[in-house]
Design a protein around this ligand. Structure first.
Ligand SMILES: NC(=O)c1ccc[n+]([C@@H]2O[C@H](COP(=O)([O-])OP(=O)(O)OC[C@H]3O[C@@H](n4cnc5c(N)ncnc54)[C@H](OP(=O)(O)O)[C@@H]3O)[C@@H](O)[C@H]2O)c1
Length: 230
């Protein structure tokens, strides 16, 4: 059976990705730091006839991530898909010079180092998949092709750097398909009520990369199933 792990699957886009992957026949490991909400996602999958298990994991904590990888190795001998979805956006529209050290550090620790740390910890299980795939959920806010937008600089810089992590990982793991995705502006706690996209629309490219996209597609940044510059 194909296996997938989704971080930050307690709500929002991550929860929707976990539900959709289960419908596609994946056994889904639902990761979250919020035990109640993460367990609820796993229960929702089970109640619809899918296979799921909850795995507690705060991606900002190196010890917790290593422990989670050791725990997962007791339940599966391989991991086919890793979705690094968990992220925070702590800065509002504070400009670069007004941003605090603490906000900058915590944002990078979660949004950039978190996905790298999770890839590293689960790399042995991914290496046992015939066709491993990693999807890093990034943001158009990280694009510098037309210059920085200037909003939420810590968040946007963390996503630019995440795209660089994707690019480097694609070189380091040539047998894996590793890509970044911008889900668009999506109605979630992070995106707010005004966003034009549903979580289903936000999940589309992520689930496509996890299941149907060519395995040869790697090291790219995508939105709406198309490669975009960053
Ligand atoms: N919504 C948008 O418009 C939009 C646009 C572009 C990109 N994105 C990206 O899409 C992804 C999902 O965003 P979303 O809108 O679904 O956000 P969300 O509703 O705020 O959900 C974020 C998820 O990440 C989890 N998380 C945060 N820090 C974590 C940590 N240290 N360890 C483990 N889990 C953690 C949260 O768990 P808790 O419940 O424990 O906090 C939650 O499950 C993010 O990478 C985001 O940057 C979103």
């Amino acid at each position: 059976m194909k296996t997938a792990l989704v971080t930050g699957a307690s709500k929002g886009i991550g929860r929707e990705v976990a539900l959709q992957l289960a419908v596609k026949g994946f056994q889904v490991f639902v990761c979250a730091r919020n035990t109640d909400a993460g367990t609820e996602t796993a229960r929702a999958i089970l109640s619809r006839g899918g296979k799921a298990a909850f795995l507690e994991m705060d991606v900002a904590n190196p010890g917790v991530v290593s422990e989670a990888a050791r725990n997962l190795a007791k339940h599966t001998d391989h991991l086919d898909v890793l979705i690094n979805n968990a992220a925070i956006k702590l800065d509002g529209d504070a400009e670069m010079l007004a941003m605090s050290e603490a906000v900058f550090q915590e944002t990078l620790q979660t949004n950039t180092m978190g996905p790298w740390r999770v890839c590293k910890a689960f790399s042995a299980l991914l290496a046992r998949s015939k066709a491993p795939r990693i999807i890093n959920v990034s943001s158009g806010g990280g694009q510098l092709a037309d210059g920085a937008g200037g909003w939420a600089p810590a968040y946007c810089i963390s996503k630019t750097a995440l795209n660089a992590v994707t690019s480097q990982l694609a070189v380091a793991m040539p047998n894996a398909a590793i890509n970044s995705v911008c889900p668009g502006w999506v109605r979630t706690d992070m995106g707010g009520n005004e966003a034009p996209r549903s979580v289903q629309q936000g999940a589309d490219t992520i689930v496509w990369l996890a299941s149907e996209a060519p395995q040869s597609l790697t090291g790219k940044f995508l939105r709406d199933r198309q490669i975009i510059p960053w």
